[in-house]
Design a protein around this ligand. Structure first.
Ligand SMILES: C[S@@+](CC[C@H](N)C(=O)[O-])C[C@H]1O[C@@H](n2cnc3c(N)ncnc32)[C@H](O)[C@@H]1O
Length: 274
C-alpha cells in the first residue's frame, strides 16, 4: 500500500474525505491517518486506495466507520484522575478566588473534542460537587464541541454502559445518573450545565471568554503547525488567568510554551498570563 501510484491514490482518498465529509486530512499527521485508513482497508480485504474509494461510494456504512476510525473517539469519565484531582485542588479554587475578587458570576468552561460527553459531564460534576448549591449563584456552563456528529448525538443522549461509568464513584452515580435497566443516564442536575455543539477547533469560528479550556487527546493527531495555530486561538479564547489543560501525552509547542504560564507539568496544566 505504499507504491508510487498508491501514494496518489491516498492523496485522492484524503481529498475526497475532506471535500465530502469536512474532515480536513491535511491538518492531521500523515502516518497516523495512513495507519487508520489501512486498517479499515484490511478489514474490507481491499489493497488499493482506488478500490477503497469505490467501496466508500457504494457503502455509506463503511464511510461512517472510516470517519469514526479517523476521529478516534476513545474517552472516559474522569479520564486521568490525577488531572481531575489537580483541577479540584488548584484550578477550580484559583478560578473561584479570581471570580470573587472581581465580583464576576460567570464561569465558562470549554471541552474541545468532547467525543461522547464523558469529559464535559465529569467537569460539570466536579464544579457541582465543589460549589454545592452555590453553583446556582453563578452562570456556570460547559460548552462541549466536536466535529463528529454521531458522537455529539450520543453525548446529548448521555446514556452509558456500566463499564463506561466504571470510573464514577457510587456517590456520584447515585446523585447524577438515573439507572435504566443496567445503563446509566446522566440526569438533568448535570445535563443542564453542558451545551453540545458541532465545531471544528481548527477552522471553526473563534469563541471567547472561557475560564478553562480542556483540549485533551486531540492535538496529538495534528501537525505541529496546526497545533501552533490552535494554541494561538486558545490564548484569544481564554480570559486573563484562564486555564488550559491538554492531554497527558501531549506537549505545548515551543512557541506556545513561551506564551502560557506553566502551572503543573505532569498534569499538563497551563494558564494565560494577565
Ligand atoms: C480521543 S477523543 C478525546 C476525547 C476527550 N477529550 C478525552 O480526552 O477523553 C478526540 C476527539 O476529538 C475530536 N476531534 C478531532 N478533530 C477535531 C477537530 N478538528 N475539532 C473538534 N474536534 C475534533 C474527535 O472527533 C474525537 O471525538
Amino acid at each position: 500500500m505504499s507504491s508510487g501510484s498508491d501514494k496518489s491514490g491516498l492523496e485522492f482518498l484524503k481529498n475526497k474525505i475532506s471535500d465530502e465529509r469536512g474532515f480536513n486530512c491535511s491538518y492531521y499527521k500523515e502516518s497516523i491517518l495512513k495507519r487508520r485508513i489501512d486498517s479499515r482497508m484490511r478489514r474490507a480485504e481491499i489493497d488499493s486506495y482506488r478500490d477503497y474509494v469505490s467501496l466508500l461510494d457504494r457503502s455509506p456504512q463503511e464511510y461512517n466507520a472510516l470517519i469514526d476510525t479517523l476521529t478516534v473517539n476513545v474517552t472516559g469519565f474522569f479520564r486521568n484522575p490525577s488531572v481531575f484531582k489537580a483541577m479540584e485542588e488548584v484550578v477550580i479554587p484559583n478560578l473561584l478566588f479570581y471570580k470573587k475578587i472581581q465580583s464576576r458570576k460567570v464561569i465558562r468552561v470549554w471541552s474541545v473534542g468532547c467525543a461522547s460527553g464523558e469529559e464535559p459531564y465529569s467537569v460539570a460534576i466536579l464544579f457541582r460537587e465543589l460549589l454545592g448549591d452555590e453553583i446556582d449563584d453563578y452562570l456556570f456552563f460547559v460548552t462541549a464541541t466536536d466535529i463528529d456528529d454521531h458522537m455529539l448525538n450520543k453525548a446529548r443522549e448521555g446514556i452509558y454502559t456500566a463499564e463506561q461509568v466504571g470510573n464514577v464513584s457510587k456517590k456520584h452515580l447515585d446523585r447524577y445518573f438515573n439507572e435504566m435497566g443496567g445503563r446509566y443516564q446522566i440526569n438533568d442536575s448535570i445535563k443542564r450545565y453542558v451545551k453540545f455543539r458541532h465545531h471544528d477547533v481548527i477552522s471553526g469560528e473563534e469563541i471567547h471568554y472561557f475560564d478553562l479550556i480542556l483540549c485533551r487527546n486531540l492535538l496529538i493527531y495534528l501537525s505541529r503547525e496546526v497545533q501552533d495555530e490552535i494554541f494561538e486561538r486558545f490564548l484569544r479564547s481564554l480570559n486573563p488567568y484562564g486555564y488550559l489543560i491538554i492531554g497527558k501525552s501531549e506537549t505545548l509547542t515551543p512557541q506556545a510554551a513561551r506564551k502560557f504560564e506553566l502551572i503543573d507539568l505532569s498534569e499538563r496544566i497551563y494558564r494565560k498570563p494577565p
